[in-house]
Design a protein around this ligand. Structure first.
Ligand SMILES: Cc1cc2nc3c(=O)[nH]c(=O)nc-3n(C[C@H](O)[C@H](O)[C@H](O)COP(=O)(O)O)c2cc1C
Length: 309
């Protein structure tokens, strides 16, 4: 389903070499493997469909409870529950291909070779890009998080780039670091084609009946409108510190939010948590984006971006 209609502004954007029909992509983990919210939210609405992070083997994820609402946000402790790479390739990619969709595939593994092996298996598949979810425990260093270690980021990205030539490689960054621009620079040094910012912020809740966190792993990831100012600052700072494109993620809930990310330096955005509240929102955001451009006499997003510079 193309969003370009006669007399409507052109919403298409480019993230480096990847052309998207509109700037709104699905954020990994909030729409399963792309078809899970269909027909309420058809994947064709999105400019890019980013799928739930897959790992080499299936994962059961964390025990319940896994979700807690906060004021204007959501805490999640899903624990990367996923079907594993083989079922993903055998079932999920063909189901999307049947709809004419090449997904942006989010992957995660326990070491650089694991990432490279997944990338090489996906190199033969109809996928638009890879998104590396580095916010996972490094098995080789007893649980350290790759996404906080610039050396590990360079190594993983370089390994994936050596194995995957079918499309661009995006690197998703965690905000849970002292300086996110240093990690973005590491991703660029490893050969990343774009960085995506941000993943969830470290958060926690307390259950007052026990005096403890409700989550089995104590802490959880905070997402939703509460994190948007943090994400916006991250996108602004990263886009001024590296040459590669930035994809903005975090709390987007309206066309105005999308425009703020584009003005801050994002080439495209992803939307996640807010869709749990209203799955029809992405289509409305795109209509409002088109109306916003029309009201200002802009024929396209690129025209608006030129006007902002
Ligand atoms: C329930 C849930 C599951 C998520 N799973 C993943 C995941 O598998 N991989 C990933 O890279 N990010 C995952 N995320 C993070 C989102 O992709 C996104 O970066 C974050 O939620 C911020 O965007 P939002 O505020 O629009 O949700 C998940 C978020 C939520 C709420």
């Amino acid at each position: 389903m193309s969003r370009i209609r006669a007399g409507q502004p052109d919403l298409s954007v480019e993230v480096g070499s990847l052309q998207l029909t509109n700037p709104l992509c699905s954020a990994s983990g909030c729409f399963g493997y792309g078809l899970d919210c269909d027909p309420l939210l058809p994947p064709e609405v999105f400019g890019g469909v980013v799928t739930k992070t897959v790992t080499p083997q299936p994962r059961k994820g964390n025990p319940v409870p896994r979700l807690r609402e906060t004021s204007s946000g959501l805490l999640n402790s899903i624990g990367l529950e996923n079907c594993g790479l083989s079922p993903f390739i055998l079932e999920k990619i063909p189901a999307l291909a049947a709809r004419g969709i090449k997904p942006i595939v989010s992957i995660s593994a326990g070491d650089p070779q694991g990432f490279a092996d997944m990338a090489s298996a996906l190199n033969r598949e109809p996928v638009a890009a890879l998104e590396l979810n580095l916010s996972c425990p490094n098995v080789a260093s007893a649980g350290a998080n790759f996404a906080t270690d610039p050396g590990a980021v360079v190594e993983i990205v370089a390994a994936v780039k050596g194995a995957f030539t079918a499309g661009p490689v995006w690197v998703k960054l965690t905000p849970n670091v002292t300086d996110i621009t240093a990690i973005a620079a590491a991703a660029a040094a490893g050969g990343a084609d774009a960085v995506c910012a941000i993943n969830t912020l470290l958060g926690m809740d307390i259950d007052l009946t026990t005096g403890r966190s409700p989550f089995a792993r104590t802490t959880a990831g905070l997402s939703g409108p509460a994190i948007m100012p943090v994400a916006l600052a991250a996108v602004y700072r990263i886009s001024r510190s590296v040459e590669i494109p930035v994809v903005g993620i975090g709390g987007i809930a309206s066309a105005e939010d999308v425009l703020k990310f584009l003005a801050a330096g994002a080439s495209a955005v992803q939307v996640g948590t807010i869709v749990f509240r209203d799955p029809t929102l992405p289509a409305r955001i795109l209509d409002e984006l088109a109306a916003w451009l029309t009201e200002r006499g802009c024929d396209s997003i690129s025209e608006l971006e030129t006007a902002w510079r």
